[in-house]
Design a protein around this ligand. Structure first.
Ligand code: NZQ
Ligand code: ZN
Length: 392
């Protein structure tokens, strides 16, 4: 394994009823709290009332920022920064999925600087020196934002969706109650799970590939995710399935399985470009791009891809050689995404093939783990492959 440093400071309260810990946690923070949330799902499923009741019990003055939409945009961050600066907010409580938590992370950082958050953090990737402490109550398992230090914000005017990470952006604590995900529409359950699968694959398919615990853990999480997603899709309120899915998603990107690994993240980079132009759900974009990306690079690591095919999809047919098994594993992944109801072609999310060149030009090119520095041609080729469902 490569050398590594590991520190993840987020405290997790996991399980049914774990919101009961909120009052005690809130008693440790300052009196003025910004409550952030999305388009209203938390009002329908009762989570808003539970959060407000705890805030009242902890004697907090509450400010609210609602309407944080999927693929959160920079304008909403400015709105939150303004509330925090005007009211000297001490603490941010984000209640929602990745969009709400990500938006809140940049409010937290932006409120503690005179610099423009978008230009400084997302565009210039400058250092962050201070941030308002924040916590999350998770309502959608997938992004892992509840226990990671990163976030993604969009500027739709300029078709940019950019990522930034800093240790000051780790939530202080996160409340993970699997029952809070019962109210998710089926497609969000599917997209969140695909996002988690993709986070695992971004790291698993990267060097080094010699025997290492991180890859073994990655395989275990992948298998658990696939098994429990199948159960949750059949039985919406299955607590065991929901609890496994929630913890798998957190572990997929909280740093554990990337220890000693290079990581890759080019599929995420390409997906962010699709979302920046077409505002599609992140998990939907990944279902289209990730298998096609893997098909583009697998030749650099055929034994690893064959191992994936065998260990995850049980493909060990003696009629296929190692390369045949490697390809069959990637096709099985794409077929699995299709089978659980995700799009696997650009057309299904209304992205015309005529737009490929325009989108490809905006993708940030970097060194991928297996396949050297990517070129514009590589990106175009992956997007052209994404016009049709992947076949052998
Ligand atoms: O806005 P509301 O009304 O709350 O509805 C949301 C939203 O429409 C709904 N929802 C959430 N929890 C619900 C619920 N509906 C019913 N019941 C519940 N319990 O689901 C919809 C999608 O929510 P959103 O937060 O956008 O989804 P997700 O958690 O997938 O977040 C996606 C964003 O996170 C970024 C993505 O790029 C995207 O912008 N990511 C963040 C990462 C990170 N911080 O580390 C990593 C990821 O790779 C990803 O890039
Ligand atoms: Zn993701």
């Amino acid at each position: 394994m490569n050398n590594f440093v590991f520190q993840n400071p987020t405290k997790i309260y996991f399980g049914k009823g774990s919101i009961s810990n909120l009052v005690a946690e809130l008693s440790k923070v300052g009196p003025r709290v910004l409550l952030t949330y999305g388009g209203g799902s938390i009002k329908k499923n009762g989570i808003y009332n539970a959060a407000i009741s705890s805030l009242a019990k902890a004697n907090k003055t509450v400010y609210e920022l609602s309407g944080i939409m999927p693929n959160p945009r920079k304008e909403k961050v400015y709105q939150g920064i303004d509330i925090c600066k005007t009211n000297n907010v001490d603490f941010i409580l984000a209640v929602g999925g990745g969009s709400v938590i990500d938006c809140s992370k940049f409010i937290a950082a932006g409120a503690k600087t005179d610099r423009d958050f978008w230009q400084s953090f997302l565009v210039n990737q400058e250092d962050c020196y201070d941030a308002i402490p924040l916590a999350s109550i998770l309502t959608l398992a997938g992004t892992g934002s509840e226990m990671d230090a990163g976030g993604v914000i969009s500027d739709f005017e300029n078709n940019l969706k950019l990522h930034y990470g800093h240790p000051l952006l780790f939530p202080k604590f996160s409340i993970l109650d699997p029952e809070y995900t019962y109210s998710l529409p089926k497609e969000q359950l599917v997209y969140g799970s695909i996002d988690a699968i993709s986070h695992i694959l971004e790291v698993y398919f990267s060097k080094p590939d010699e025997s290492n615990l991180s890859d073994d853990l990655a395989e275990a999480i992948l298998k658990n995710l696939i098994t429990n997603l199948d159960v949750a899709l059949k039985n919406h309120d299955d607590y065991i399935a929901r609890s496994n899915l929630m913890w798998c998603s957190t572990l997929a990107i909280n740093g554990l399985i990337s220890l000693g690994k290079e990581g890759d993240w080019m599929s995420h980079e390409i997906e962010h470009a699709l979302s920046a132009f077409y505002d599609i759900p992140h998990g939907a974009g990944l279902a289209i791009v990730h298998p096609n990306y893997l098909m583009h690079v697998y030749k650099s690591a055929i034994p690893k891809f064959a191992k994936f095919a065998s260990n995850i999809f049980g493909i060990s047919s003696s009629t296929l050689d190692e390369e045949g098994r490697a390809r069959a594993g990637i096709i099985a992944l794409s077929n699995y995404f299709k089978q659980i109801g995700a799009p696997t072609t650009l057309g299904e999310v209304n992205i015309p093939s005529s737009e490929i060149q325009k989108i490809a030009k905006t993708v940030n090119l970097f060194n991928t783990s297996y396949a050297r520095k990517f070129s514009l041609k590589d990106i175009e080729s992956i997007l052209v492959k994404s016009i049709n469902h992947l076949e052998n």
